[in-house]
Design a protein around this ligand. Structure first.
Ligand code: ADP
Length: 528
């Protein structure tokens, strides 16, 4: 009845005056009602609960618009046609229950327009009761909430992605934490982590074992208060305080101290700012290594080398002397064979002599006993003479000398000559397939510069720093060329003792250039 009125009496029929006077007031009310319902942006339907299958008896314009169906395709149908095949939605049972109970409900359902397009329908359903309280109709108000639903789903999707990313991240953080902590516990170095106030945040087991202390008496304490104040050293404090502001690490800082429980020890400290993917920038990690035994072994080895080379040198000098006497006393009548044997013996004794001299030089450097005999000499002349002597001793290579450095240099001439001899003999030794070695003398600002270039095998970039370490020889040449890996170490020390710098530029296969500079002004002369 209600639906009939609304559907049959369109606005036009009302306007055309098809009502009696008493009906006129109803007519006005209905006219207003129909206008109101048709201007609503929500789809509105009425269903008749008293008819079988609760059919739709009224729909407004917005409902036609939202669903894409025309009024004649809607009236008389049960609402379920809007779900098309998508009938499994749990909201349907909520609706069914509300109809049974004559109650109101709100559901969000997937509905389909006439052309099959999905839209999310927020349906508010409310019963209309007669005077006896029986439910006769239901009014359904629908809103297309597809956009909101999409945004919600998008948000949910993003949330899921974020959640799984967080889970991943947490898992990998946990893994790296476990990984780091197993490293920290395994390393054979004592590790200490400090906060910016130099309080100990944590130490590893090795620290506790090395210093024979407990975690309680270490963690939470100031570094400088540990033990008997072993780390309370002015210079160390200054370096540690610089780490966080400048990111300059503390490297190879030696602490010799009488520690509680463990006695006199030599410890080597390295400290760095900790940075874990941008986190923990305000932490300092100190690695402490007990080098007492290692230093003692090195000292004993140096002592041994020093004693051995001294002991070898004395008889060798005597042998050298006897060979010279024998060469002099040899009668002319003696055969060439004997002369040659004696000459070769002299050469080998000389080689042995220079090896022992190298060892002696090295142990003098190690013990700090190297003496500088400083005097002013003609530098260029001394280098020319050294080159001539080396040229006289080699038949395989041609040594070319160019340029000028100075005629007036103050330093230890014999040491400088030792350096040039060493660089020349290496240039000859490690360039067996070339014929030329070049020496270049020059002045650069207030420095003199000497360069020795060969066209030999060259040195790989990663080896170039190491060859100045004592006993270091490049792996592949060890078997082919005699040597002990001491020469460049001695040269480097001599040049440093004169306040200069020695370096190499080289490319494998393209030869090497060893250069050194020495300061010419007396004030910068570095006596050690
Ligand atoms: P030694 O020659 O006794 O091995 P050095 O200290 O003089 O010791 O040299 C150290 C190492 O540097 C050598 O073993 C060699 O590997 C490398 N080296 C030195 N000079 C040259 C050079 N001119 N060309 C290529 N390699 C060189």
């Amino acid at each position: 009845m209600f639906g009939e009125i609304l559907n049959n009496y369109t606005l036009d029929s009302l306007k055309n005056g098809e009502f009696t006077l008493s009906e006129n007031s109803i007519k006005q009310d209905l006219s207003l009602l129909i206008q109101a319902l048709d201007s609503s942006i929500s789809g509105i339907i009425l269903t008749d609960n008293q008819q079988p299958d609760n059919p739709i008896i009224y729909c407004n314009k917005a409902f036609e618009f939202i669903t894409g169906y025309k009024r004649h395709e809607i009236i008389g149908h049960n609402c379920r046609f809007l779900q098309k095949e998508d009938r499994g939605q749990k909201e349907r049972s909520i609706l069914r229950k509300a109809v049974e109970d004559g109650a109101e409900c709100v559901v969000e359902m997937r509905n389909y327009q006439k052309n099959g397009t999905l839209f999310w329908n927020e349906l508010y359903m409310s019963p209309i009761k007669d005077e006896q309280g029986n439910v006769c109709y239901f009014i359904g108000v629908q809103n297309d909430i597809t956009r909101r639903k999409k945004a919600e789903q998008e948000l949910l999707h993003q949330q899921n992605i974020m959640e799984s990313q967080i889970q991943e991240r947490t898992k990998s953080l946990k893994e790296s934490e476990d990984y780091l902590s197993s490293i920290v516990q395994t390393v054979r170095e004592s590790l200490v982590v400090l906060n910016p106030e130099f309080e100990v945040l944590s130490v590893n087991d090795h620290f506790l074992k090395t210093f024979k202390v407990s975690r309680e008496e270490t963690e939470g304490k100031l570094l400088y208060e540990l033990g008997n104040g072993q780390w309370d050293i002015g210079k160390l404090k200054e370096l540690l305080e610089n780490i966080l502001p400048t990111n300059n690490p503390v490297e190879e800082f030696e602490v010799e101290h009488d520690f509680p429980h463990i006695g006199k020890k030599l410890m080597l400290l390295n400290a760095h700012r900790i940075e874990l993917e941008g986190q923990y920038k305000d932490r300092i990690l100190i690695a402490i290594e007990d080098i007492t035994d290692r230093r003692e072994i090195e000292r004993r080895k140096d002592d041994f080398l020093s004693i051995a080379s001294h002991e070898l040198k004395t008889p060798l000098t005597t042998i050298k002397g006897y060979i010279q006497v024998m060469q002099r006393l040899l009668p002319d009548s003696v055969g060439d064979k004997l002369k040659e044997i004696l000459n070769k013996t002299g050469i080998y004794v000389e080689r042995l002599n220079s090896l022992i001299a190298e060892l002696l030089d090295m142990s003098k450097i190690q013990t700090g006993n190297i003496e500088l005999h400083k005097e002013t000499f003609d530098f260029d002349k001394a280098i020319h003479e050294a080159v001539e002597n080396m040229q006289a001793a080699t038949k395989t290579h041609h040594i070319i000398i160019r340029g000028h450095a100075t005629n007036n240099y103050t330093g230890d001439e014999s040491h400088i000559i030792q350096v040039i001899n060493n660089l020349l003999s290496n240039a000859i030794k490690y360039a067996p397939d070339s014929e030329e070695v070049q020496v270049y003398l020059s002045r650069v600002s207030n420095f003199l510069k000497v360069s020795v270039s060969d066209k030999g095998m060259g040195i790989k970039i990663e080896e170039q720093k190491k060859i100045f370490d004592r006993f270091y020889r490049v792996g592949e040449i060890q078997q082919r060329f005699p040597g002990m890996g001491i020469g460049l170490y001695v040269c480097d020390q001599i040049i440093k003792n004169h306040g200069g710098t020695l370096w190499v530029e080289s490319e494998p296969g393209n030869g090497s250039t060893f250069s050194f500079t020495l300061p010419l002004d007396e004030g910068r002369f570095n006596e050690q």
